[in-house]
Write a protein that binds this ligand. Structure first.
Ligand code: ATP
Length: 204
């Protein structure tokens, strides 16, 4: 089986994530795509990340009725920082040795992969699939190889989809009272509204 993990904060999940997952599934003939929300990402210094339970509920609403999509609670249940390498090692242990494991990310993250904790071990555990992200240049395999030897054999650079959506944009729109209907699945927009997520905090 070919299985891919899409790691992220998912605060909230949006149509960019879903399009990337779907394109990777199509391109690589994946059997499963596992969305893996981070507990407390060590590289994001944004003060308030929504509670894991809200982020997981939104993921569940976004992928409902699509059995090839799964959610892993591994990182939200692990205390301390979330390192992709530890999660992927744990997932790999549960797979058949013949299974193929992939880690999906945007071009923005591939460019910084060499800075990730034990990136060299990560790319031995799984291949990396990188989707384009508007505003970020296509990473050059030569310079990536220079920073992270071995990556040229392990990276698959996707050329589509090109979706200009980020969770930051969504949080900003909600905070400014603007609609996010074109950016997230309807059930996710409804959840955000019902729970009052991303509203600016009241200043005293
Ligand atoms: P934020 O704006 O809060 O930083 P984000 O939109 O980048 O969030 P994450 O949950 O951090 O979302 O992203 C998870 C993964 O999905 C990352 O590897 C990121 O590069 C990738 N990704 C997110 N949005 C897109 C997009 N529109 N196109 C391609 N890749 C994306």
């Amino acid at each position: 089986m070919k299985i891919a993990v899409l790691g992220g904060t998912f605060d909230p999940i949006h149509l960019g994530h879903l399009a990337v997952a779907e394109e990777a599934r199509r391109l690589l003939a994946l059997s499963k795509v596992i969305f893996m929300p981070a507990g407390r990402p060590y590289f994001k210094d944004r003060a308030a990340i929504s509670p894991a339970e809200d982020r997981i509920k939104m993921l569940g609403l976004a992928i409902a009725g699509q059995p090839i999509y799964l959610i892993s609670r591994l990182e939200v249940e692990r205390p301390g920082p979330s390192y992709a390498v530890d999660s992927m090692a744990q997932i790999k242990k549960q797979l058949n040795p013949a299974d193929d494991l992939f880690f999906i990310m945007g071009w923005d993250n591939l460019m910084n992969l060499h800075l990730w904790y034990e990136a060299d071990r990560l790319i031995k555990l799984c291949r990396v699939v990188a989707a384009p992200r508007p505003g970020f240049p296509q990473p050059s395999i030569q310079s990536l190889e220079h920073e992270l030897p071995g990556i040229s054999e392990r990276a698959i650079i996707m050329e589509r989809p090109l979706i200009d959506i980020s969770a930051t944009l969504i949080r900003e729109k909600v905070a400014n009272g603007l609609t996010i209907d074109a950016l997230v699945p309807p059930a996710v927009a409804k959840y955000i509204q019902q729970k009052g997520l991303y509203k600016p905090s009241i200043q005293h």
